[in-house]
Write a protein that binds this ligand. Structure first.
Ligand code: FAD
Length: 507
């Protein structure tokens, strides 16, 4: 009888437990999975926003939506509202919405060129014109009815949640799927002469495995400290490197809950404001090169208002970047150990999902365990670099006058590929052919929402006669408006949906 492979995951945060549960489900019982975690060190416990891919992951893991919403204190997320990114509030209020729902289109017509050809002064904002989700979310409505099936609904959505409780939900599921948990602290990693991990020493003894998965967060105990995989920093492109985070209770028990992240720009970064079930999760993200910690605390205090004098924020430092070889020999890194890009657009869990999906599918059940390493590294590195393009897009189109923003608009800080695309998008909107799907986390329409929300101009005037279906487009724009108004009437409030699913309100 052949002995099944043994995977040792070191670290029990979202990355560790998601990897454990996913691999247990995907690889079945012929592969033994053990997870070592140290409650004494604890988890980072931040990261309250996700991307719609999380629904497929939870469905795959066999977690019910209702129990997930209850156990992870989750609420629904329909996108991100950006406030003050294009200009300072002194120049008048400016905001735009990045919904998860793609722009409406038919076999014959994409509405995007027709919106671009409309009179700028009179047309509605892009997201409002091309999807009903903008209206629904702004009206504090849910993306679905309570009776609709698990993870399904008329509108695309993700979740906001309590990061600590999410890790617990995943841990419970992983253990149901047969993952063995060991409590202890990794003290030493023994690397052999070929640069492969031979064993790890913990305070409880020695552990060996065929594949070691480093989920030790920013400590990167295996991939970084032991194997010295180089870290590629992109702080010259994504400047933020600190966050002050806190929770603020609602002022009333029945206060409406936003179903989108509010990302408000400030002089040297931005503030996230997230509607969780029992409180708002708030974080001031900033660049220590442009403001100091006291100034960041004052900006956060200004956002929180006078009612929050007793709130003591937690301070976190990070650097955007990734390991250039996240898989070396018999060790692969997932989660913060492999890399992190600042939290705008919530890509932490997305990157974990991408990594673990690939490990599950490429995992060799026999033969050398490092066979997929090269391909894995290539795809992960490309994915990180592509996300940098998308995040940088949010910053580099800004007209804000502060040094942080001026430097962000400096072409020398814009990745080359993004610079090329911006040049092309002056004459046509982003297209699916701009991107290689296997290494992208965001689609062409996500780029459209940011570009046109930020007031970017795509000049189609010369090609106007290539878009002759104006009457049909006008009819579709009108239908989106009517459907949006109807959906706003028909869908429950976001709070009502959450309370119904969690049983805190009568059905
Ligand atoms: P951790 O949670 O740090 O877990 C590390 C684990 O390793 C812990 O269990 C720890 O005990 C264990 N460990 C470490 N050293 C040892 C040792 N020597 N021995 C034994 N065990 C050890 N992501 C999103 O998707 N959306 C967001 O909105 C978002 N916002 C963020 C905001 C900020 C400011 C930051 C910094 C991150 C954010 N993230 C977000 C990223 C998100 O927090 C992480 O991707 C996610 O929590 C996964 O973390 P992790 O499991 O890799 O690390």
């Amino acid at each position: 009888m052949t002995r099944g492979r043994h995977i040792l995951i070191v670290g029990g945060g979202t990355a560790g437990w998601l990897t454990a549960a996913y691999l247990a489900k995907a690889l079945g019982t012929s592969v033994r999975i053990t997870l070592l975690e140290s409650p004494e060190i604890g988890i980072i416990g931040v990261g309250e926003g996700t991307f719609p891919t999380i629904r497929d992951t939870l469905r795959f893991l066999g977690i019910e939506e209702k129990s997930f919403v209850r156990e992870a204190a989750a609420t629904f997320k329909q996108g991100v509202r950006f406030v003050g990114w294009q200009a300072t509030s002194a120049e008048g209020p400016h905001g735009y919405f990045h919904p998860f729902e793609p722009p409406f289109y038919t076999d014959k017509t994409s509405l995007v060129p027709y919106w671009l050809l409309q009179d700028e002064a009179g047309r509605p904002p892009f997201a409002e014109a091309v999807t009903i989700q903008n209206r629904v979310a702004e009206a504090k409505r849910a993306p679905k009815q309570p009776g609709e099936g698990d993870f399904a609904g008329p509108l695309n959505y993700a979740y906001h949640f309590d990061a600590v409780r999410l890790a617990r939900v995943l841990a419970d599921r992983a253990r149901q799927l047969g993952v063995e948990r060991i409590e202890g602290r990794l003290q030493d990693v023994v690397v052999d002469e070929r640069g492969r991990i031979e064993r790890v020493q913990t305070d409880g003894g020695v552990l060996t495995a065929d594949l070691f998965i480093d989920c030790t967060g920013f400590r990167a105990e295996l991939i970084g400290r032991a194997l010295r995989s180089p870290f590629r920093s992109v702080k010259h492109q994504l400047f933020t490197d600190r966050a002050l985070t806190c929770k603020l209770p609602y002022d009333r028990a029945d206060a409406p809950i936003e179903s989108y992240t509010v990302a408000t720009a400030h002089e040297a970064g931005w503030i996230w404001d997230i509607g969780l079930a029992g409180a708002r999760g708030i974080g001031c993200v900033y660049s220590s090169r442009y403001i100091d910690d006291d100034r960041a605390a004052a900006i956060l205090a200004g956002h929180l208002g006078p009612g929050a004098r007793d709130v003591t924020p937690r301070s976190l430092a990070f650097e955007s970047g990734w390991r250039t070889t996240p898989w070396i020999g018999n060790c692969v890194a997932v989660g913060l150990a492999g890399g992190f890009l600042e939290p705008l657009e919530s890509t932490g869990v997305v990157l974990i999902e991408a990594a673990v999906g690939m490990i599950a599918e490429l995992f060799p059940r026999q033969g050398p365990v490092d066979l997929p390493a090269c391909r894995f590294n290539e795809l992960m590195v490309a994915r990180y670099a592509n996300i940098v393009n998308f995040l940088k897009l949010h910053y580099c189109l800004s007209r804000r006058p502060e040094p942080f923003w001026r430097d962000n608009a400096d072409p020398a800080t814009i990745p080359e590929r993004l610079g090329e695309l911006l040049e092309q998008w002056r004459y046509r909107p982003p297209s699916r052919f701009d991107f290689m799907l296997e290494v992208e986390s965001f689609a062409f329409f996500n780029y459209q929402y940011i570009l046109y929300g930020m007031g970017f101009r795509t000049d189609l005037a010369e090609g106007r006669d290539g878009f002759p279906d104006t009457a049909e487009a006008q009819r579709l724009f009108a239908r989106i408006k009517t459907f949006g108004e109807r959906a706003t009437r028909d869908l429950p409030s976001h709070r009502a949906l959450v309370e119904q699913l969690t049983g805190t309100r009568a059905a």
